[in-house]
Design a protein around this ligand. Structure first.
Ligand code: ATP
Length: 436
C-alpha cells in the first residue's frame, strides 16, 4: 500500500470510528489540533497506563509527579528555553509559506517548488499567556514546552518527602505546548500534546551506564506492546544536533508512512538542570550520600516520549488489511493492554428477546472487570468486522443454543478461531486471556 494511502486510511478510520476528530470541526476546524473521541481516549489512556505501570508501579526506584502547566517564569530563564528554545525559520518569497529550515529538502519549497527563501531567523517555540487581571509584563507566563522542568523544580521536595536514595527517578505525564512553525502529519506534530517523561537521578559515575540501560528499556517497551521490530530503530544524535543541555541523546524512531520519525528521545542531561535551577533560585539542589557523606549534584538521564506520537505509532503498526474467504477484512491488531474495548457481546438473533437479555446480563457482569460493549446493529458477520476494525480483542456471541446449554461462542480477533465456553466460566476464561 502506498504510504499516503495508508495514512489517509488511518485518518479516515480514526474519524469514522471515533478515535480522533479534527478540533472544533463544526467551525471549520483548527489546524493541527485534534480531539480524542470515545475510542481514542480509551486507547490513549491505555498507552499512558502501560507506561506508568512499567515505569512507576513496576519498579521500586521510581515515583510519580503531576506538576502544574504554568510555572514561575524564571523556570524558563534557568532552563534555557527563553534564550535558546528556537527553531530556525524561513519564508518562501514566492508563496509566503513559512517553514522550518531543517525541514526543507533539496532547498525547495514543498508547496510551490521555489528556492527563493528569506534569511533564516530564530523563532521561539514557547507559547505565552498573561496571568492576573492586568495584561502586562508582570503577569507574563508560559505554557510549559516540556513537563521535565516541573520535575527539576520539585527535586528537593521529592527528596525531602520520600527520603529516596540515589539512584531514583521521577515520572510525569502531562500536556506540553509548543508554537511549532510547521505542524502536521496528523497527530505527529501538534501545538498542544502530551508527554511521558522521566528524570532519572544518579551519581555522575553511573550516568553512562543508566543512559544505556534506559535506551534499551524504552526501545523494549514499544516492542513489548506489539510494535514490529523492523519498524523501530535507535538513532544516536550527532554532536552538532545535541540540545543545549545534552551530553548525549538517542532517539527511538518509528517507520511512519511519512518516514522514520522520532517517538521518544533519551537524553543524558548531566547536572545541567539542577545546577541552573540552583543558581537561579538560590536553593541548594544537591544530594548527600548517607553512606559516604559525599555531596554532589546528581546527574540526570531523561527518557522523554510523546503520548500522541506513541499512540499514532501503535495505530499505524496495528492496521492490517486481509482477505478472508474472498472478502476484505480490516483489523487493528493492537496489543491486549492497549485495545479500547476488550470484549464485545453480540447476539446472533437480535429479535429474540431472551438472547438479547442474556447478552445484556453477560455484558453487565463483564463490564465490572474489563471494557465491554454490546452491539446489535447488524448481522453477525458485519458485527465481527466492525469490532475487528477497532481492535476489540474478543467477541462473545450468544445464540439460541446458549439459552439451553449455557454456553457462548468466544471469537479471537487475530486467529478468528471460535470456542464454546460455559457461561459460569466465561469471566475467568477472559481474565486469564488478558493476564497472559
Ligand atoms: P522534533 O525534533 O520532532 O521536533 P523534539 O526533539 O523537539 O521533537 P523533544 O523535545 O525531545 O522533541 O520532546 C520529547 C518528545 O515529545 C518527542 O519525542 C515527541 O514524542 C514529543 N513531542 C515533541 N514535540 C511534539 C509535538 N509538537 N507534537 C507531538 N509530540 C511532540
Amino acid at each position: 500500500m502506498a504510504s499516503t494511502d495508508l495514512m489517509d486510511k488511518i485518518v479516515s478510520l480514526c474519524k469514522r470510528r471515533g478515535f480522533i476528530f479534527q478540533s472544533s470541526e463544526i467551525y471549520g476546524g483548527l489546524a493541527n489540533s485534534w480531539d480524542y473521541g470515545p475510542l481514542g481516549v480509551e486507547l490513549k489512556n491505555n498507552v499512558k497506563q502501560a507506561w506508568w505501570k512499567r515505569n512507576v508501579h513496576g519498579r521500586d526506584d521510581m515515583v510519580g509527579l503531576d506538576a502544574a502547566i504554568f510555572m514561575h517564569p524564571n523556570t524558563w530563564k534557568a532552563s534555557g528555553h527563553l534564550d535558546t528554545f528556537n527553531d530556525m525559520m524561513v519564508d518562501c518569497k514566492d508563496c509566503n509559506k513559512r517553514l522550518r529550515e531543517d525541514h526543507i529538502e533539496d532547498n525547495t519549497c514543498p508547496d510551490c517548488g521555489s528556492s527563493n527563501f528569506t534569511e533564516a531567523r530564530p523563532f521561539n517555540l514557547m507559547l505565552d499567556s498573561y496571568l492576573g487581571p492586568v495584561r502586562d509584563e508582570s503577569g507574563r507566563t508560559y505554557l510549559r514546552p516540556e513537563t521535565a522542568q516541573g520535575i527539576f523544580v520539585n527535586f528537593k521536595n521529592i527528596l525531602d518527602s520520600t527520603s529516596r536514595k540515589l539512584p531514583f527517578g521521577v515520572a510525569q505525564i502531562g500536556k506540553s505546548f509548543r508554537n511549532e512553525v510547521t505542524a502536521g502529519n496528523f497527530t505527529f506534530r501538534q501545538r498542544e500534546f502530551e508527554q511521558m517523561e522521566i528524570e532519572y537521578f544518579c551519581h555522575p559515575d553511573q550516568a553512562d551506564k543508566f543512559f544505556e540501560e534506559w535506551i534499551e528499556n524504552r526501545f523494549q517497551w514499544y516492542k513489548d506492546l506489539g510494535i514490529r521490530t523492523e519498524n523501530l530503530q535507535l538513532r544516536k544524535h550527532e554532536d552538532d544536533e545535541l540540545a543545549h543541555y545534552a551530553k548525549g541523546c538517542t532517539d527511538v524512531e518509528y517507520k511512519f508512512p511519512f518516514g522514520w520519525s522520532e517517538l521518544e528521545g533519551i537524553a543524558h542531561r548531566s547536572d545541567f538542570d539542577l545546577k541552573q535551577h540552583s543558581q537561579h533560585s538560590g536553593k541548594e539542589l544537591i544530594y548527600r550520600d548517607p553512606f559516604t557523606n559525599e555531596v554532589f549534584t546528581p546527574y540526570v538521564i531523561e527518557p522523554s516520549g510523546g503520548v500522541d506520537r506513541g499512540m499514532l505509532a501503535f495505530l499505524v503498526d496495528a492496521y492490517h488489511e486481509e482477505e478472508v474467504d474472498g472478502k476484505p477484512r480490516t483489523v487493528l491488531k493492537l496489543h491486549k493492554d492497549l485495545v479500547p474495548t476488550k470484549v464485545a457481546v453480540l447476539p446472533l438473533l437480535k429479535k429474540n428477546t431472551e438472547v438479547v437479555e442474556l447478552c445484556q446480563k453477560i455484558k453487565n457482569d463483564l463490564i465490572k472487570d474489563m471494557t465491554c460493549t454490546y452491539n446489535d446493529t447488524a448481522a453477525i458477520g458485519k458485527l465481527y468486522r466492525r469490532q475487528d476494525e477497532v481492535g476489540t480483542f474478543y467477541c462473545v456471541t450468544v445464540d439460541v443454543d446458549s439459552l439451553e446449554d449455557n454456553q457462548v461462542t468466544v471469537r479471537d480477533r487475530d486467529s478468528m478461531a471460535q470456542e464454546r465456553v460455559a457461561l459460569d466460566q466465561l469471566k475467568q476464561y477472559l481474565r486469564n486471556k488478558f493476564e497472559d
